[in-house]
Design a protein around this ligand. Structure first.
Ligand code: ZN
Length: 509
């Protein structure tokens, strides 16, 4: 008999404080993981010692199933991480300060001098002074990086602010570019990034390890790409820090079917790390662009948003998906979209989830539960959008981002970040779901908050740390049930294990 691969000694199994505690469970346990990467035993701490290939003493840390981010756009996120965030800067000189810091010490940017420094997310409409090329030239000189191209992209991507070196590199005037001139530069930058696929793969690998460091063992990737194929090549190429459920878009469905794929099928050659995910379909648009499809008009208009599919098509697409073995991840933000989505799920007999579910009528919450349709929830968006929601969905905010209603009705919740829209870090989403605030503002619509147990479980890879289960595990330095909003966002993660393999370790002492 082979010795176990790994033993985790002195772990405290974290359980939902709202659930009745199983008094037979010992407080501290030792967990062994066999060479197949599965949990082979859970015994009271110190009662049994078998020599494992590796023993890690958790010293009473909390152990739970690994976390999954159930909605990411991973390549976009990987690229986004390499960019400097300029969000919240109130003037051009505040941006320059951020750029100075990034030039000096942004770790992702410790590369050849010619590598452009790219920032994004500034909003210059209310700035007291106009941004100039000179300001950026000046800061580059001051930190000894004269000639380093600097490209800063606005939040809405309709303007780009560059220094002289970037102007020369991309053949555009330096300074502030707007509209077409900005788009041209953004496309040139994109082309340059794509010209070196190895660079993207390095960024993807970095992002995967960074996710593991937050306790993540799996993602559902909804990048607009042929994801099963992309991830099969990544995993065989050594990017193996995460399990990936690879979503498929209608435009790639034919290729996917030609490979005999269907939801839940393992992608060959990926050591079980990549499985085929759902078909991603859109029912409507988004709140910020007022294209989320609602029962009531947007304030001061007769506009109710719009359907992303012509009438009847949603049901047809879902029928086809069911026939070829695909579940459907159905993007629905407005309450009308959610209602139509459920009509289509019911008529087609399809399975899957409603992604976003930002506004849902109570009767549709009940239908979701009855149909067994999961909810893909992204709690950071509730906080990003609380102001605009108060305006656009005035009088309906008690059922906006209705996580509490969904949980009470028994809808299965699946936590996601929608990275790069919000950062890939489940602790941010868990904190946002529980506290409905992340700053000095009071909790927003606290009636729809989740209790800590429900929030944490909505991110778990499996229902419990149990015998025979895949050993995707995370150990925490602190008890999530005892933490405030800010602490929870910064949850210290001590250890992440993927199928018995350590993917992150930060154990001190
Ligand atoms: Zn998304």
């Amino acid at each position: 008999m082979k010795p176990p691969l790994l033993t985790l000694v002195d772990a405290r199994l974290w359980t939902d404080p709202a659930l009745p505690s199983e008094t037979t469970d010992p407080d501290r346990v030792d967990v062994t993981i066999d060479t197949n990467g599965r949990v082979a035993s859970i015994t009271p701490h110190g009662t049994r010692q078998r020599s494992a290939a590796r023993v890690i003493d958790l010293d009473g840390r909390w152990l739970m199933p690994g976390l999954v981010d159930y909605h990411v756009h991973f390549t976009m996120w990987a690229k986004h991480r390499g960019r400097v965030s300029l969000a919240g800067a109130r003037s051009a000189s505040e941006v320059v300060d951020v750029v100075r810091g990034a030039l000096v010490d942004h770790p992702v940017l410790r590369v050849a001098d010619a590598e452009p420094l790219v920032g994004s997310g500034y909003q210059d409409a209310l700035w007291p002074e106009p941004p100039t090329a000179h300001m950026l030239d000046d800061v580059a000189v001051h930190v000894g990086q004269y000639g380093r191209p600097i490209v800063l992209i606005s939040h809405d991507m309709h303007s780009v602010w560059t220094n002289t070196a970037a102007g020369e590199r991309y053949g555009v005037p330096a300074g502030l570019l707007r509209e077409n001139a900005a788009f041209e530069l953004e496309m040139a930058l994109e082309a340059e990034e794509m010209a070196d696929p190895r660079r993207i793969e390095v960024l993807v690998s970095d992002a995967a390890w960074a996710a593991a460091a937050r306790g993540v063992t799996g993602i559902m990737d909804l990048e607009m790409a042929d994801n099963p194929l992309v991830w099969a090549s990544r995993v065989t190429g050594g990017i193996d820090a995460l399990r990936v459920v690879a979503g498929v878009y209608p435009r790639h469905l034919a290729e996917s079917l030609a490979r005999a794929e269907r939801t839940g099928k393992r992608v060959p050659g990926t050591k079980g790390q990549v499985t085929v995910g759902p078909l991603k379909v859109f029912a409507d648009g988004a709140l910020n662009t007022r294209t989320a499809w609602c029962f009531d008009p947007y304030p001061g208009t007769s506009d109710r948003g719009h359907a992303a599919q012509p009438r009847g098509d949603l049901e047809r697409i879902l029928c086809e998906a069911r026939e070829v073995g695909f579940e459907v991840a159905l993007h629905a933000i407005g309450d009308r979209a959610a209602c139509e989505a459920l009509d289509a799920f019911a008529a087609a007999g399809a399975a899957g989830s409603i992604e976003h579910a930002q506004l849902v009528r109570l009767q549709d919450v009940a239908r979701m539960a009855a149909l067994g349709i999961a909810a893909g929830i992204h709690p950071e968006h509730a906080l990003d959008d609380r102001e605009i929601t108060d305006i656009m969905w005035h009088g309906r905010t008690h059922r906006a981002f209705p996580y509490g209603d969904l949980a009470r009705a028994g809808v299965r919740l699946r936590l996601g970040s929608d990275a790069p829209v919000s950062p890939l870090d489940p602790w941010l989403g868990i904190s946002a779901a529980v506290f409905r605030t992340r700053d000095e503002l009071p909790a927003w619509e606290p009636g729809n908050a989740l209790d800590i147990g429900t929030a944490v479980r909505s991110a778990w890879a499996s229902p419990a740390v149990s015998l025979g289960a895949q050993a995707d595990l995370v150990a925490l330095d602190a008890d999530p049930a005892q933490m405030g909003a800010r602490e929870l966002r910064e949850m210290p993660v001590a250890l992440t294990v993927l199928g018995g393999r350590v993917t992150h370790e930060a154990l001190d002492g």
